[in-house]
Design a protein around this ligand. Structure first.
Ligand SMILES: Nc1ncnc2c1ncn2[C@@H]1O[C@H](COP(=O)(O)OP(=O)(O)OP(=O)(O)O)[C@@H](O)[C@H]1O
Ligand SMILES: CC(=O)N[C@H]1[C@@H]2OC[C@@H](O2)[C@@H](O)[C@@H]1O[C@H](C)C(=O)O
Length: 434
């Protein structure tokens, strides 16, 4: 058993999620008990700075260094606070704060869209300029020093160096914690950005990785009497994952704009629920390249940010939509982009969808998702015993534990990396005489 802290701040930049967990794998099966979970909001000024940088504001090297350490300080404080009333943790896994994310460039001839075969994740030699880049601030050395606890950080870099997107990483942990013996599950995170982990039932034989030619046409029939179209193209029966597109990021930006800064998000989706979505606009937006692109794929505020929202609002105004209608339409984009990707990129539709992340509390969004998925039950990970609010923080505790044990943490089917790699840089703490 090991007490480990996971720290995460996501694309919503709403604060640092901290989870103190008890990890054990004595029986060869990973078991996680959440002892404490809390969100520590960023100071207003720091959050504004982070959002400005995410939005493309330029920064001097000196300011970058200050921002890095201001974030590290907040993460260290979160790690100290979450241990209150508990024994000291032995390890911290700190994701840090993403301020920039650039997916790898598809190599020539490897671009693919809906209906085409996805590129193999084992491509020919990589050229440096084709690699992705992802920057998380809040340096691990400073967190280790401030807490006195060995800290693992910079989780995305090794996967990116191996040709991957460096994201999404959590699906690997979902496989370990949420796979079901007989049910095919989708775990759908709806944070700032949405991402999915597809977990085939453990009883089904894994068929290998993307593009190895093993397709099972007969598996295409959905097990549910669902009105959804049959997914195409067929895929091997292995776990998968990808970013589905915007989660709450466009909604949050729109709410801030429409409320003149008095609101940061639409609680329970009530404002959106008072409007009507423009289905024609959603269908048009879904034709955009990101939604059509085959996995592996990742995205961030670089694509789905203020400029993107600006275009959406301009499109909506051309349809004379009210603010409430625009929020309803953006909610529909989030939901329909999720369903669209299941229909096109999964080997078969899931038997269950488990939601997590802040968007799982948006009742209006959840209702539409349930309607679009027909008789596929939409639950939350809470319903199966894994805290939906702190799941990402828990995942970084697990990834840190795996790194320390020398276990690769990435799922190449989800990130597109050439091979499994050890994720994260270890910052040990030297104790005199220890
Ligand atoms: N009660 C609620 N009703 C509606 N939306 C909510 C509610 N609670 C949280 N949210 C939404 O969830 C967002 C935060 O979600 P979360 O903390 O999962 O994002 P994140 O971890 O920053 O993002 P990512 O997973 O992309 O890294 C808020 O910005 C808000 O839009
Ligand atoms: C670069 C980056 O921080 N990506 C986040 C973001 O937020 C959701 C989605 O985009 C996901 O790919 C990823 O986070 C989660 C924790 C992941 O890696 O699984």
């Amino acid at each position: 058993m090991a007490l480990v802290i996971g720290l995460m701040s996501g694309t919503s930049v709403d604060g640092i999620d901290a989870a103190l967990v008890d990890l054990s794998d004595a029986t060869g099966t990973l078991a996680v008990t959440l002892l404490a979970g809390a969100t520590y909001p960023y100071p207003t000024e720091l959050r504004a700075q982070i959002l400005a940088v995410c939005g493309g504001a330029s920064l001097s090297m000196a300011d970058l260094a200050d921002l890095d350490d201001a974030i590290a300080h907040q993460f260290a404080q979160a790690a100290i606070a979450i241990q209150t009333g508990h024994p000291t943790a032995v390890l911290i896994g700190s994701h840090g704060q993403t301020v920039y994310h650039r997916p790898p460039k598809p190599r020539r001839g490897e671009e693919s869209a809906v209906g085409e075969r996805a590129p193999t994740p084992y491509p020919s030699p990589l050229t440096p300029h084709s690699l992705g880049y992802s920057l998380q601030l809040g340096r691990g050395e400073a967190i280790a020093n401030a807490t006195g606890i060995t800290t693992i950080s910079n989780f995305r870099a090794a996967d990116i160096a191996a040709g991957g997107h460096g994201a999404p990483l959590v699906p690997a942990v979902d496989v370990a914690l949420l796979s079901h013996p007989t049910l095919n599950r989708c775990v759908q995170n709806i944070g700032g950005i949405g991402n999915v982990a597809y977990l085939p039932a453990r009883g089904q034989k894994a068929m290998g990785r993307w593009g190895d030619g093993m397709m099972e046409q007969e598996k295409l029939t959905t097990q549910n009497a669902s009105p959804l179209p049959t997914p195409y193209p067929p895929r091997p029966l292995s776990p998968l994952g990808w970013d589905t597109g915007p989660g709450n990021v466009l909604l949050d930006l729109a709410v801030q704009t429409f409320s003149n800064g008095t609101k940061t998000y639409d609680k329970d989706g009530n404002w959106a629920a008072s409007g009507t979505p423009c289905e024609a606009l959603v269908d048009r937006w879904l034709q955009q390249p990101f939604f059509q692109q085959q996995p592996p794929k990742s995205t961030g505020r670089e694509l789905f940010g203020a400029a993107y929202l600006h275009q959406c609002v301009a499109d909506a105004e051309a349809h004379s939509l009210t603010h409430a209608d625009i929020l309803a339409t953006l909610t529909a984009l989030t939901v329909d982009s999720i369903v669209h990707s299941y229909c096109h990129f999964l080997p078969q539709l899931p038997d269950q969808v488990l939601l997590c992340g802040g968007g799982s509390k948006n009742l209006y969004l959840k209702q539409r998702l349930q309607r679009q998925l027909g008789d596929i039950p939409v639950l939350t990970t809470d319903d199966v015993g894994l805290n939906a609010e702190f799941k990402e923080a828990i995942a970084f505790a697990v990834l840190a534990y795996w790194r320390q044990q020398g276990i690769p943490g990435n799922l190449p089917e989800a990130t597109g990396a050439q091979n499994p790699v050890l994720l994260g840089d270890i910052h040990s703490v030297y104790r005199r005489g220890a």
